[in-house]
Ligand binder design. Structure first.
Ligand SMILES: O=P(O)(O)OC[C@H]1O[C@H](OP(=O)(O)OP(=O)(O)O)[C@H](O)[C@@H]1O
Ligand SMILES: O=C(O)c1cc(=O)[nH]c(=O)[nH]1
Ligand SMILES: [Mg+2]
Length: 193
């Protein structure tokens, strides 16, 4: 799948939004990729996951023991990646603000973990989720995501394989362009303020 084909999938289901969005990192943007809308169609979700799995080098792909994704956004693509790789897919969540493993999930000591996200912008959520996996005994060997909003500039400390890399500008709260500041802001994600 080419990057243009992936973006066409987003456009076809109205998942490439324009407006004023507060992102997970606290930064603001005039664009938002609503991956949940892309992934709401199971056939599309599994097709995108297969394409993403094919981005992984063959030796890496065959060495993965477990898929872990950060809730909420990572859940569906993580599950579909588990299916594509033939591995279990579990998730970490942050009911009190910090990622933790719940629901009877466990990570076998030394398990080679593929972290799977829907979107990476600053990489903050990915790094926090990786900390949790390491504290639980896993070894994060790589990350895969549908979208890299940093267009290749983010450093996650492990090899990173996005399906599409794109650079929509983001702004700190105190540096909003006036045209963006004039638009009412929405915060689509679930990270607590
Ligand atoms: O690279 P970052 O700057 O951390 O941004 C990307 C993160 O933001 C979104 O999650 P969000 O925290 O909005 O919550 P959600 O997954 O529960 O929707 C997305 O699912 C990533 O996890
Ligand atoms: O940075 C984010 O929070 C973010 C950006 C984006 O385009 N889509 C998304 O789901 N989260
Ligand atoms: Mg998320």
């Amino acid at each position: 799948m080419t990057e243009d084909e992936v973006l066409a999938e987003f456009r076809s289901c109205h998942a490439l939004l324009e407006g004023h969005f507060k992102l997970s990192s606290g930064r603001h943007s005039a664009h938002y990729l609503q991956c949940a809308r892309v992934l709401m169609n199971p056939e599309r979700a599994s097709r995108l996951a297969l394409a993403l799995a094919q981005r992984l080098p063959r030796d890496l792909r065959s060495s993965i023991d477990l898929v872990v994704s950060p809730a909420m956004g990572g859940l569906i693509i993580g599950h579909e990646m588990g299916r594509a790789l033939g591995k279990d897919a579990i998730f970490v969540e942050r009911p009190t603000g910090t990622f933790e493993l719940r629901r009877g999930f466990a990570i076998p000591a030394g398990a080679r973990v593929l972290m799977v996200e829907d979107v990476v912008t600053t990489g903050l959520s990915s790094r926090e989720a990786m900390e949790c996996v390491r504290a639980e005994g896993g070894e994060v060997v790589a990350e895969a995501a549908l979208v890299d909003r940093s267009a290749g500039s983010v450093d996650l400390g492990v090899p990173f394989y996005p399906l599409v890399a794109i650079n929509f500008p983001t702004y700190a709260q105190d540096e909003l362009p006036p045209a963006l500041a004039a638009v009412p802001v929405t915060k689509p994600g679930s990270r607590k303020e």
